[in-house]
Design a protein around this ligand. Structure first.
Ligand code: NAI
Length: 321
């Protein structure tokens, strides 16, 4: 028979969007460091996400402007800007997901230790507030060095008695985004389709070069920006992708799998980055590494000492005061 009016109208893109956002549960997402280089485009991308109902933008300064600007966009979420520590409570209360790109990126003349100490202190104080005001939120840590800031967050939460290893994530999605882009270029396959497949038979030298380019991706951007900052736009995209996966998991979408740096027993180290399956409580399953080539096995062993010391450094920092 002829399609009914209802069927015809529900296939309208406008109505479909209306129904899908109406049926998605209420979700509050906070961005801490929302006035920064990553924070601003990340706020924009989260404003475009129909799974978000409340978008909370927090920074030590500058967030009212970002919130007013982003808040004029006619998508589902209601946007609020919070500036200064006395507004942190309001920013965090009721959050389902908290994304943390707060901190300083490395600037010329700054040592790794300078960067570590500043960002470690910022992460420690923000996580203390999360433990108090939204202890059940999924925390997406972007602030560098992630290998240390995630263990710091874990220690802060343990002290507060709120630690749940299923809810703490180091965001490593930018490496995945870069690897897919560089791989697609080299293998000459459509970039949007790249995951573990389609596989191409790349020569060993090509695999080595791709691995190095992915590992040095941050430096490539820092050099191209010539002193004016580091990766912010691609990081915002990667952060938005990961937060979207967390929201889908919370909402019960099946088989949501992304890479993340989490508490892990797949190696002898207490934290490791691998694929994880996301669900209603955060990490549903930490997936293994799968079969590794000899090159990958070597790389795995070579990274361990540095990762181990980064984890220890974070734990020591969190327990020294
Ligand atoms: P930025 O300096 O442009 O922005 C940082 C923002 O954090 C600023 O707006 C600042 O006011 C804010 N902030 C500082 N202290 C704060 C506090 N106590 N509470 C709330 N906000 C605070 O830096 P950018 O480029 O946005 O980078 C942010 C962080 O992300 C850096 O640590 C950087 O190294 C890291 N990053 C991580 C990547 C990853 O793959 N996980 C990739 C690229 C950068």
């Amino acid at each position: 028979g002829a399609p009914s009016a209802a069927a015809a109208s529900s296939s309208s893109p406008v109505l479909r969007r209306y129904y899908s956002s109406e049926s998605a549960p209420e979700r509050k997402v906070a961005v801490l460091g929302a006035a920064g280089g990553i924070g601003q485009p990340l706020a924009l991308l989260m404003k475009l996400n129909p799974l978000v109902s409340k978008l909370s933008l927090y920074d030590i300064a500058g967030t009212p402007g970002v919130a007013a600007d982003v808040g004029h966009i006619n998508t589902r979420s209601e946007v609020s800007g919070y500036a200064g520590e006395d507004q942190l409570r309001q920013a965090l209360e009721g959050c389902d997901v908290v994304i943390i790109p707060a901190g300083v990126p490395r600037k010329p003349g700054m040592t790794r230790d300078d960067l570590f100490n500043i960002n470690a202190g910022i992460v420690q104080s923000l996580c203390t507030a999360i433990a108090k005001y939204c202890p059940h939120a999924l925390v997406n840590m972007i602030s560098n060095p992630v290998n240390s800031t995630v263990p710091i967050a874990a220690e802060v939460f343990k002290k507060a008695g709120t630690y749940d290893e299923k809810r703490l994530f180091g965001v490593t999605t930018l490496d995945v985004v870069r690897a897919k882009t560089f791989y697609a270029g080299k293998a000459n396959v459509p970039v949007a389709k790249v995951n573990a497949t389609p596989s191409a038979n790349l020569a060993d030298e090509d695999i080595k070069a791709l691995t190095k380019r992915t590992q040095d991706g941050g430096t490539e951007v820092v050099e191209a920006k010539a002193g004016k900052g580091s990766a912010t736009l691609s990081m915002a995209y990667a952060g938005a992708l990961f937060a979207d996966a967390c929201l889908k998991g919370l909402n019960g979408v099946p088989d949501v799998v992304e890479c993340s740096y989490v508490q892990s027993s797949i190696t002898e180290l207490p934290f490791f980055a691998s694929k994880v399956r996301l669900g209603k409580n955060g990490v549903e399953e930490v997936l293994g590494l799968g079969p590794l080539s000899d090159f990958e096995k070597e790389g795995l062993e070579a990274l361990k000492p540095e990762l181990k010391s980064s984890i220890e450094k974070g734990i020591k920092f969190a327990n020294q005061s």
